[in-house]
Ligand binder design. Structure first.
Ligand SMILES: [Zn+2]
Length: 121
């Protein structure tokens, strides 16, 4: 189990990641609004459209990650951070360091990935 100091450190780490993502997201949004809306050349317009789709996909990924980080911070407050939601065992600190938003221990994660592979085939 993680002690209070470790939990505080993870909280700081998560908030830092959140700040980075929000800064990045804001930059993406302001980049989008500064695009020229009325391009005379249809080719330019098409490439602008595909760029915008790309930006939206990135933002969707960022949004999901932002939510995951927020949930991880909530789990720290609730006292369930670092506990596998599948089997209830503690998640190793090394795994949390590498991926603080995880909700599964390495065993359950691997099991889940195997299940996905089986279902996907
Ligand atoms: Zn587990």
């Amino acid at each position: 189990m993680l002690n209070k100091t470790q939990l505080e450190q993870f909280k700081v780490l998560l908030h830092k990641k959140l700040d980075e993502l929000l800064t990045e997201a804001n930059r993406t949004v302001s980049g989008m609004t500064s695009d020229k809306e009325n391009l005379p050349d249809p080719t330019d317009r098409a490439s602008l459209e595909s760029n915008r789709n790309f930006t939206l996909r990135i933002r969707d990924r960022e949004r999901k990650l932002i939510n995951k980080i927020k949930e991880a911070v909530e789990r720290i407050d609730l006292g369930t951070f670092g506990i596998c939601e599948e089997c209830g065992e503690s998640i190793s600190e090394a795994r949390l360091q590498a991926r603080p938003v995880t909700t599964l221990c390495i065993d359950c994660k691997q099991k889940q990935e195997n299940d996905v592979k089986v279902k996907g085939s």
